[in-house]
Write a protein that binds this ligand. Structure first.
Ligand SMILES: Cc1cc2nc3c(=O)[nH]c(=O)nc-3n(C[C@H](O)[C@H](O)[C@H](O)COP(=O)(O)OP(=O)(O)OC[C@H]3O[C@@H](n4cnc5c(N)ncnc54)[C@H](O)[C@@H]3O)c2cc1C
Length: 378
């Protein structure tokens, strides 16, 4: 299931090199753990060892420019790498550092901030969480209230963040805070990089419908953050956040979904109706793949527009594949009594439940449709 761009001449050697690396370096225990993961946010006990292996090869951050530690690959090579990793069953790395905050540090950071944070993100020494949403600010993010009041060289933070994925693992958070109540809500927001071990931060778990502990509420009680940890200007954090959200929402959904779909298609005993539905999804994913490559190559359309379109198409496809997996698994989706059920089927129900959130996080799909309408219709 390859679009033409992925079979262009000269790419076979690159693909072969990646395959050889994956065969020789992806440990079985990490592959097995990834195959049983019930969320796109895989436990760092699984992702960080893999990130270290990739980093030792210089491949932990395929999308980063070479000057910051990326491998210097073309867009298509980066796409092939993602596809090969997914096909091999490699764990997807946590996006908050590598894919979300890193590009905005590259864009808005001072030379000191870049030199400090980027190598620590690559190596996995820093593990990041995202402090955007608050109990009263989700879709209407600009109404956020966590106050940051200047005091000497610091800001003093009071308030809370919610739905903070992996805050219980993170030693770093990038956060939107209110530094002014003047003017439009968007105009009084700043973007801070903060230490999760700072006195006054408390992380309280929230359990999901599927029973996972994946996200949290984080409380700030007189937390001091150096003003030097602000990314971009004071009250200019909204622009930084919008830049970051294009990286959070956009990107590559198809490689992982194609990997899952192909594993499902490989199952025995699937009737003709379900098989036809799997085939239909395969065609849809090939189209999604072509669109993702077009977006990566910057061929027409704004990055924000692509990001919203891809987020809707990718997450809705994931939810349809979850439904198909449950239908194929039947009773095995509920109870893998002997531990012999193929991983795709054994985790079908937990994945189905977990992926209900996919059309909500990173900005709900209703909000993405609204953004698309605004971007296209003005
Ligand atoms: C699993 C998961 C992980 C998350 N991780 C993080 C994280 O790490 N960091 C973080 O900051 N946030 C995180 N979030 C929060 C996420 O960004 C918000 O849940 C999301 O933006 C929606 O906000 P809300 O939950 O407050 O819902 P609301 O904004 O209250 O929306 C409720 C419903 O109303 C609809 N709605 C609201 N406004 C409109 C409108 N104008 N037009 C049409 N429909 C509308 C929404 O689409 C939604 O269906 C996570 C969420 C989930 C589910």
């Amino acid at each position: 299931m390859l679009t033409d761009a992925l079979t262009e001449p000269g790419l076979a050697d690159f693909r072969a090199k990646v395959r050889v690396f994956l065969t020789g370096n992806l440990p079985d225990d990490l592959r097995r753990a990834a195959s049983r993961a019930t969320s796109v946010f895989i436990d760092p006990a699984v992702t960080l060892p893999w990130q270290r292996i990739l980093n030792a090869r210089g491949w932990a951050a395929p999308d980063w420019p070479a000057e910051f530690g990326g491998p210097g690959w073309s867009e298509i090579e980066r796409y092939i790498f993602a596809a090969e990793c997914a096909a091999a069953g490699a764990p997807g790395l946590a996006p908050m550092g590598l894919k979300m905050v890193a590009p905005v540090i590259m864009h808005y950071g001072t030379p000191e901030q870049r030199a400090h944070y980027l190598p620590r993100i690559l190596s996995g020494e820093d593990y990041w969480c995202q402090g955007f949403s608050e109990p009263g600010a989700g879709s209407d993010l600009a109404s956020l209230q966590l106050r940051a009041v200047p005091d000497g060289d610091d800001y003093v933070l009071n308030g809370s963040k919610i739905w903070t994925t992996h805050a219980h693992f993170a030693n770093r958070m990038f956060a939107l805070v209110r530094t002014s109540t003047e003017g439009k809500p968007q105009a009084g927001i700043s973007f801070l990089l903060l230490d999760m071990k700072a006195p006054g931060i408390t992380v309280e778990p929230i359990r999901t419908l599927a029973g996972d502990h994946e996200f949290n509420q984080v409380f700030f009680d007189d937390v001091r953050v150096p003003q030097a940890n602000r990314l971009g200007g004071e009250n200019e954090g909204w622009s930084v956040a919008k830049h970051l959200l294009t990286f959070e929402r956009g990107g590559k959904y198809a490689p992982g979904l194609i990997g899952r779909l192909e594993r499902l298609r490989g199952e025995d005993g699937i009737g003709p109706v379900l098989r036809a539905e799997l085939d239909r999804e395969a065609i849809g994913l090939a189209a999604l793949q072509a669109l993702e490559i077009k977006a990566m190559r910057g061929l027409g359309g704004s990055p924000a527009l692509y990001a919203s379109v891809l987020k809707i198409l990718g997450t809705e496809a994931a939810q349809r594949i979850d439904t198909l997996a449950c239908e194929i698994a039947g009773p095995a989706a509920w109870a893998d009594a002997d531990g012999q059920t193929p991983a795709e089927l054994a985790v079908a129900v937990p994945r189905y439940l977990n992926d209900r959130a996919a059309s909500i996080y990173a900005g709900s799909n209703e909000i993405q449709r609204d953004l698309i309408a605004r971007l296209m219709l003005g």
